[in-house]
Design a protein around this ligand. Structure first.
Ligand code: ATP
Length: 286
């Protein structure tokens, strides 16, 4: 077998793009019944200025499960993740086409209110980014913005429940009025997850949520992801194949702006079909 190198992976990719009109169909081994699909992307294409970053992504992600996106740096994982709650709208040069259905709504439609959308589809970033406010106000921020929890009692309840769900309540209940930025990195990341959860989202998007954390804090976030699935549909971008294997039920492998292969996580890591997936997971390129 010809060894997989970055160069011949690019060569294969170019041939595929030339032969199919640059539609990124990929190998799909996941069969979902329509009622299990939460997010359905069709022919999603993204450009930054004239530069194409995604070549027509088609992907159905299941409800109440964790889907991870893996692939070498620059392959478009974060770009695609940001499509899922319209975060690319904040980048002037970025244009997105195609269709992304979340339940019955095409979230790429002009009619969509992106503030409401981002409450329904929360996001957690690479670096924990608590607001320069108290722990309490960090969690209460979203509910206040959306008019949820009008009385003090209701808001206290939302804050406590959200902190409890991320396993932070015990650790911070005596210092709710202290700054969120005073917590450890791992606690800050859990605070950010509590902040996203406080507005009762259906989907949580996580862009390398552990990359700034130590192994213990990472393990805590991974446990939390496992606890939260079921209640939320979770999509995570990760550079760590071990992490994808530990936390996700389905994995999508991206390469050079194409979705190369999508399957059950175990299948992707034990018996990938596409040569490029094999090459990546065995460390032959990336
Ligand atoms: N704001 C931007 N402006 C211009 N080009 C961008 C921007 N963000 C991403 N790109 C380009 O789009 C392509 C995909 O980038 P993206 O960050 O989505 O990849 P990635 O797989 O998430 O990479 P990484 O793992 O390094 O974070 C890359 O070529 C990148 O340079």
């Amino acid at each position: 077998m010809k060894p997989m190198t970055k160069e011949n992976a690019v060569e294969i990719e170019n041939k595929i793009n030339a032969s199919n009109g640059t539609t990124s169909q990929g190998v799909n081994s996941v069969e979902l019944s329509p009622e299990d699909v939460k997010i359905s992307a069709r022919d999603v294409r993204v450009k930054y200025g004239q530069k194409e970053a995604l070549f027509g992504i088609n992907l159905d992600m299941p409800k109440g499960k964790v889907t991870s996106f893996i692939g070498p740096s620059g392959c478009g994982k974060s770009t695609f993740l940001r499509c899922l709650n319209r975060m690319n709208d904040t980048i002037d040069t970025c244009s997105v086409t195609g269709e992304i259905m979340v339940d019955d709504m095409n979230i790429l439609s002009n009619q969509v209110d992106t503030v409401l959308l981002r409450a329904k589809i929360g996001m957690v970033f690479q670096k924990p980014n608590p607001f320069p406010k108290s722990i309490y106000d960090n969690v209460a921020y979203g509910p206040r913005l959306h008019g949820i929890g009008s009385s003090k009692e209701e808001m206290d309840e939302i804050v406590e429940t959200s902190l409890e769900k991320v396993g932070l309540l015990k650790e911070v209940k005596d210092r709710l009025l202290e700054p969120g930025t005073g917590l450890s990195g791992g606690q800050q990341q859990r605070l950010c997850i509590a902040r996203a959860i406080a507005v009762d989202p259906e989907i949580l998007l996580m862009d390398e949520p552990c990359s700034a954390l130590d192994p213990i804090a990472t393990a805590r976030i991974e446990e939390l992801i496992d606890e939260l699935r079921g209640s939320y549909t979770i999509v995570i971008v990760t550079h760590s194949m071990q992490q994808a294997a530990r936390v996700s039920q389905h994995t999508a492998f991206f390469h050079l702006g194409n979705l190369v292969e999508y399957g059950e996580t175990e299948q992707i890591f034990t018996s990938p079909i596409d040569e490029r997936t094999k090459g990546y997971i065995t460390g032959r390129f990336g």
